[in-house]
Each structure stands twice: as C-alpha cells, then as structure tokens.
Design a protein around this ligand. Structure first.
Ligand code: ATP
Ligand code: ZN
Length: 292
C-alpha cells in the first residue's frame, strides 16, 4: 500500500456525519462527493475509504485500510463471528446506543428469565449468543438482516435483540426493552500490523488531535462574579476544574471575578446551584482547541 494513511469510514448513515466532522475538526481537509469509494485528504497524506459500516472491521483486519471508525457493536459482533485482527485504539464518544433485548408490551416475555425456549430475532447473533450462554439461557436465535422490530408482530419471534438509542422505534412498534446486553459508541480501530514509520507518526498525530477535539468539546470556560466569602464553596461546585483565577472587580469590594476551565460538562443544575451561592453574571464559554 502507499504511504498514505488509509481510514475506513461509513459512507452514509448514523456514523458518517459525525466521523467526517471529527476528522474535519482535527484539521483534515476533504470533500465527500456522492459515489466515490476513496476521498483524498488535501492537506495530509491520508485517504478516506468510504464503505458500509459492517465492512469496516474486516477491511482494517485485511489491510484494505490502516484504521477505521465503526460502532463498537459492529466491531464486537465481527470479533465474535469471524477471525478478526482489529481492536479499539480510541473511544470516540459519539453514536452512542445500546444493544437491548425487547419484547411486546403485555406479552409472555417480560425479563430474561422468560427467554428459555423462546425465539429471539436479531441482526447481532454473535453478541446475543454470547449473552445467552453467559446467562445460561437456552433460546433459539432467528437471524435477520433488518427490520427486526417487526419480528414479534409477524410471529417469527417472541422477543428481539436490537440497537436502541432513544427508544422511539421500539415504542412505535409496541415493544419495551428489558435488558441491555452491550453499550456502544463509535470507536477508532486498528490492526496489530506494524505501520511504516511515516504512518505511525501520522497516526499518533491524528490520535492526539482527536483527544484534543473530544476534550475541548467537553471542556468549558466558566466566568462569574461571586461574593468573596463564597469563593471556596463556588470553586467546589465547578465540575473538574483546577484552581480558578480570582480577580478583584473595579469599584466593588464585596464581589470578585472567578474564572475556571471545567473539564466536565456544565449542566443547568450546576448554574442554578452556583446562583444559589450568590454567583452572578455567570457565563459558560466553549473552548475551541486544547493541547496540554
Ligand atoms: P450501512 O449502510 O453502512 O450498513 P447501517 O444501516 O448498518 O448502515 P446505521 O443505521 O447508519 O447503519 O448505524 C450505524 C451505527 O450507528 C450503528 O452500528 C450504531 O453503532 C450506531 N447507532 C447509533 N444509534 C443508533 C440507532 N438508534 N440505531 C441503529 N444504530 C445506531
Ligand atoms: Zn450496516
């Protein structure tokens, strides 16, 4: 293969847009046009291989790509059902979902203890089988390629094992999840093959940048005015912050300005708690880039 680092990505779907956005935030410049299998990154020796998500683990394993971005659910399923040389190099935090067992509301299956002797429809036979054997449950798998949520209503299975994010699809089909068997997020995967020195250097650089992008998306800069007497209590409330900067305010002896970098999400509840301690003029600002 050439000395351009090749990254396998989902061409279109629930992973695609966030994968493209992540790489763009890392400074890669590229354009995705309909149809093409390969997109060239203009400002770095990187090519993007645009494929179906299910093919990404095996492409990485078989050297068609050096690394890939795929749902952990797909990676684990492929690891369990085939010979695969691909493991997680970094968790990416987007495309979060759960692989769940679900059954019709008011039906015979209400929990995993009701599963023995029943049929479970799924597109994830590997992960489902592992769960059943770990739990000592003897049930029959009905493998489907899609539309698993319809299986109970057409009478091919008593329950399903499928991906859930908001639960809206389950609800629309009169189903309720009763057991989570895998939690998933997008992951960056690679094989155990050694890369050339140039590719190794490029991959390290990319991983550091991805870390920076993920960290800065969760990190906020918080600014507020606070009564001097409450600075300690207020600092305690700031999520994941080191010692804040505390500065006097011109012409005001009671209040000081407090500024801090918070490395965890700042929720409305935190702001309400800060206000209750006397904090005023609270600003939460995004941080665009970070490197430590
Ligand atoms: P492809 O055409 O590439 O095979 P697909 O239809 O198999 O696409 P998508 O529906 O685009 O796949 O989902 C891709 C991944 O997004 C899933 O494997 C999963 O990791 C993640 N995902 C997040 N939320 C959900 C959800 N509610 N349902 C399905 N997948 C989800
Ligand atoms: Zn797919």
């Amino acid at each position: 293969m050439s000395d351009r680092l090749r990254i396998a990505l989902q061409k279109k779907g629930r992973l695609a847009d966030d994968s493209f956005a992540l790489l763009k935030a890392c400074g890669l410049r590229f354009a995705i046009r309909g149809g093409g299998l390969l997109a060239r990154v203009k400002n770095m020796p990187i090519d993007l291989l645009l494929v179906r998500d299910d093919d990404i683990p095996s492409f990485v394993s078989n050297d068609a790509a050096d690394i890939g971005i795929v749902g952990e659910n797909v990676l684990v399923e492929e690891q369990l059902t085939g010979e695969l040389d691909a493991t997680i190099a970094m968790r990416l935090g987007f495309s979060r979902c759960r692989l769940c067992l679900a059954a019709p509301d008011g039906g015979t299956v209400k929990s995993k203890t009701d599963l023995s002797g029943t049929r479970i429809a799924t597109t994830y036979p590997g992960v489902t089988r592992r769960f059943l054997s770990d739990s000592g449950i003897d049930a029959k798998l009905v493998e489907m390629k899609g539309a698993v949520e319809l299986a109970p209503s057409i009478g091919v299975a008593e329950s399903i094992c499928d991906l859930v994010s908001s639960g809206a699809t389950l609800e629309a089909n009169g189903l309720s999840a009763f057991e989570t068997i895998l939690k998933s997020e997008a992951v960056l995967i690679r094989s155990s093959r050694e890369l050339s020195a140039a590719k190794t250097e490029l991959l390290d650089k990319l991983l550091r940048r991805i870390e920076g992008v993920i960290k800065s998306s969760e990190t906020k800069y918080i600014m507020l005015n606070a009564p001097k007497s409450q600075v300690a209590a207020i600092t305690n409330l700031l999520p994941g912050s080191d010692a804040p900067t505390v500065m006097p305010l011109a012409g005001n002896d009671e209040l000081v300005a407090v500024q801090a970098v918070c490395t965890e999400n700042v929720f409305w509840e935190t702001l309400e708690d800060l206000k209750a301690l006397g904090a005023r003029a609270i600003l939460v600002l995004p941080i665009e880039k970070m490197m430590s």
